[in-house]
Design a protein around this ligand. Structure first.
Ligand code: NAD
Ligand code: TYD
Length: 359
């Protein structure tokens, strides 16, 4: 039975990954989830699995060397899947330091503790131990509107404090592989959407605002392009890379699903209207009049687009969920989890929202 140490498993992608893994392997794996439960970490995301015998939660900061060392000492960890990070570009523009601390120092601590646990006296590593570092396509910088894609060989050119700190963490993983032969992979994925995403990010923010009759704040001209992937497809890619990928390799994860932000907002409006019952009073206000163009994000990357050829050709991974299908699944999930949304959009979130969007 393999034992996984998942970091940041109470966040959006980490919790979807843990659900995916228990659905797939059930009792054949054990998962230890280490998470500091920042504003983005939510134990409610894992309520349905928290009582499993083969699941354990440890509340700890990945920068806390002693806490991470203890987990490795007390458990024979076979796989590390490292999600924990500060993940929101807008927050990184306001407060970069915490991004450097968690994303760079936290990754160094994870690497060093895994190395200490897995390294043999002759400098080689125990068999079948693997570390997967979950990263982003934002490390590659910005593409022009007329074309081009991010390949694994594209030089890093991060622009925001978030992407710079993720680039730093990727470089540390590369350094551990090159210096020590540390058994790792890196995945660089495009924008995710789906259940359990915190409503500071574009898609859940627009769904929540539209349902509540609030303005839909579109940055700049709304024509920035992102390459959207349904989160369960990302979870599957991570598992496939770890089990079928070549060690020491980077794999880009994405599915040629490029869309302008304004198109996404219009699809959300359209889909909400299709999915709400005909007599739902909210239908009266859910229309394009809610769209409001606001000041652009500083240093706003124009376009991201992944070339997923390597993961497809080497591993056979391809996204299974079209955007139209994925957005319906996502909206249905938010309809069915109103309490989740109400809980995360109270207190601190309102302060954040007011300071970010002024009105
Ligand atoms: P998220 O913000 O929803 O979750 C991050 C999780 O990490 C939270 O549970 C939080 O409590 C935890 N965490 C933060 N700081 C910590 C610390 N110091 N110690 C321990 N835990 C800590 O993020 P997400 O969207 O789920 O992203 C997960 C990972 O995937 C990140 O590394 C991110 O860079 C990467 N990624 C995200 C996307 C995306 O579209 N969201 C795309 C590609 C890659
Ligand atoms: P976001 O979800 O923050 O992801 P990222 O910045 O990591 O790509 O934003 C996605 C896109 O949506 C990005 O171009 C910024 C834009 N955006 C808005 O136009 N309005 C908003 O309120 C938010 C949160 C994002």
């Amino acid at each position: 039975m393999r034992t996984y140490l998942v970091t940041g498993g109470a966040g959006f992608i980490g919790s979807n990954y843990i659900h995916y893994m228990f659905d797939k392997y059930d009792k054949d794996i054990r998962i230890i989830n280490v998470d500091a439960l920042t504003y983005a970490g939510n134990p409610e995301n894992l309520k349905d699995i928290e009582k499993r015998d083969n699941y354990a939660f440890v509340k700890a900061d990945i920068c806390d060397k002693d806490a991470i060392e203890k987990i490795f000492k007390e458990n024979d960890i076979d796989r590390v899947v490292h999600f924990a990070a500060e993940s929101h570009v807008d927050r990184s523009i306001k407060d970069p330091e915490v991004f450097v601390r968690t994303n760079v120092l936290g990754t160094a601590v994870m690497l060093n503790q895994a190395k200490a646990a897995w390294e043999l006296p002759d400098g080689s590593f125990m068999k079948d131990k693997k570390f997967l570092h979950v990263s982003t396509d934002e490390v590659y910088g910005s593409l022009s509107e007329d074309g081009g894609f991010f390949y694994e060989t594209t030089p890093y050119s991060p622009h925001s404090p978030y992407s710079a700190s993720k680039a730093g963490s990727d470089m540390l993983v590369k350094a551990y592989m090159d210096t020590y032969g540390f058994p790792a992979n890196i995945t660089n994925c495009s924008n995710n959407y789906g259940p359990y995403q915190f409503p500071e990010k574009l898609i859940p923010l627009m769904i929540n605002n539209a349902l509540n009759g609030k303005k839909l704040p579109v940055y700049g001209d709304g024509k920035n392009v992102r390459d959207w992937l349904y989160v369960a497809d990302h979870a599957k890619a991570i598992d496939m890379v770890q089990e079928k990928g070549r060690l020491f390799e980077t794999y880009n994860v994405g599915g040629h699903n490029e869309m302008q932000n304004i198109e996404i907002v219009k699809i959300i409006i359209e889909t909400l209207n299709e999915m709400l019952p005909p007599d739902d009073p909210r239908k009266e206000h859910i229309n394009t009049d809610l769209i409001t163009y606001v000041e652009d994000r500083k240093g706003h990357d124009r376009r991201y687009a992944i070339a997923p050829d390597k993961i497809k050709n080497e591993i056979g991974w391809e996204p299974e969920t079209s955007f139209r299908e994925g957005i319906k699944l996502t909206i249905r999930w938010y309809f069915e989890h109103k309490e989740w949304m109400d809980n995360v959009t109270s207190g601190d979130y309102l302060d954040y929202y007011r300071s970010m969007y002024k009105e």
